[in-house]
Design a protein around this ligand. Structure first.
Ligand SMILES: [Cu+2]
Length: 291
């Protein structure tokens, strides 16, 4: 445990996890980007504006919860001191106070409205897919993910499988690293179409640093999007308990510069050319003539 973690850990207990979780989304407690490290709390660092907005909303709600908790605690302490048997031997028989009752109904409504406004704004941002620079199709399988790059990117697909402990190389992450990573260019809007094998089960495609999470449902095409603003490797995991190897189907995105992406495309086209398309998955474009 390094100093930062010790400070983080102690502060978490001193001020209540809620307050620190909210502060934790800011730079002072910046978390590992792309994956979790042992001992960390709070979210993985954000590399998309959607993920940043998720963190901000979380911070707002945490601050509100903390204030309400402190307010109620204050009231309790006040009642215990001011109205205990010794301090207040003859209690008042008051049972109703119209002003107070209106206040404790209206105030919570206002608080919920304050939460609802940024919440709906964020939902709209997540669900409204901007004009995409490229589209990627992801299929949840038992138990791996397949990625299909469309015609304008060279038209190829591959299956991305978790590395076993024996296959891990230095720098790899156990239970997270895969044999074939999905590579995308930085600062481009990537539309992700997500589905699952028609004969398979429901998965959930999740990458915390991108702030995306969408169900992969057999026979249904869901959509999400991200625009990664920082190069790096970002990990995710299937987030819907889907069966036997649910815990062993990680998601890996490598975000690279435009030039590096172009170079990767040239290699990838060759590398994956011989790999047959996933037989039970429908293609992004009509590719029957080319195969
Ligand atoms: Cu799954």
């Amino acid at each position: 445990m390094n100093l930062r973690k010790i400070v983080e850990w102690t502060t978490a207990r001193a001020f209540g996890a809620g307050a620190v979780l909210s502060l934790g989304t800011f730079a002072a407690f910046a978390q590992g980007i792309g994956h979790a490290d042992p001992g960390e709390i709070s979210f993985q660092g954000a590399v998309t504006s959607v993920a940043e907005d998720i963190h901000s909303l979380h911070t707002l709600v945490m601050i509100i919860i903390t204030l309400i908790t402190l307010f109620v605690l204050g009231l309790l302490i006040y009642v215990m001191v001011r109205f205990n048997e010794k301090a207040n031997p003859t209690p008042s028989r008051t049972t109703h106070h119209t002003g107070l009752e209106v206040a404790w109904t209206v105030l919570p409504v206002l608080i919920l409205v304050i939460i609802a406004i940024p919440s709906f704004r964020l939902l709209t941002k997540q669900l409204t897919i901007p004009k995409a620079d490229m589209t990627l199709k992801v299929t949840g399988k038992q138990w791996a993910w397949s990625y299909e790059y469309p015609k304008d990117q060279g038209e190829f697909d591959f299956i991305s499988t978790m590395k076993t402990d024996k296959e891990l190389k230095p720098g790899d992450l156990r239970l997270l690293s895969v044999d074939n990573e999905a590579v995308v260019p930085i600062n481009k809007i990537i539309e992700v179409q997500v589905t699952a094998d028609p004969t398979g089960v429901i998965h959930s495609f999740t990458v915390p640093s991108f702030g995306i999470r969408v169900d992969a449902v057999p026979g249904r095409l869901n959509e999400t999007w991200f625009k990664a603003e920082r190069e790096g490797v970002y990990y995710g995991q299937c987030s819907k308990i889907c069966g036997k190897d649910h815990a062993f189907m990680p998601i890996v995105f490598r975000v690279v510069s435009e030039e590096a992406y172009k170079a990767w495309l040239i290699d990838a086209k060759k590398k994956y050319a011989s790999v047959a398309a996933p037989a039970d998955s429908f293609a992004l474009n009509d590719t029957s003539a080319d195969r």
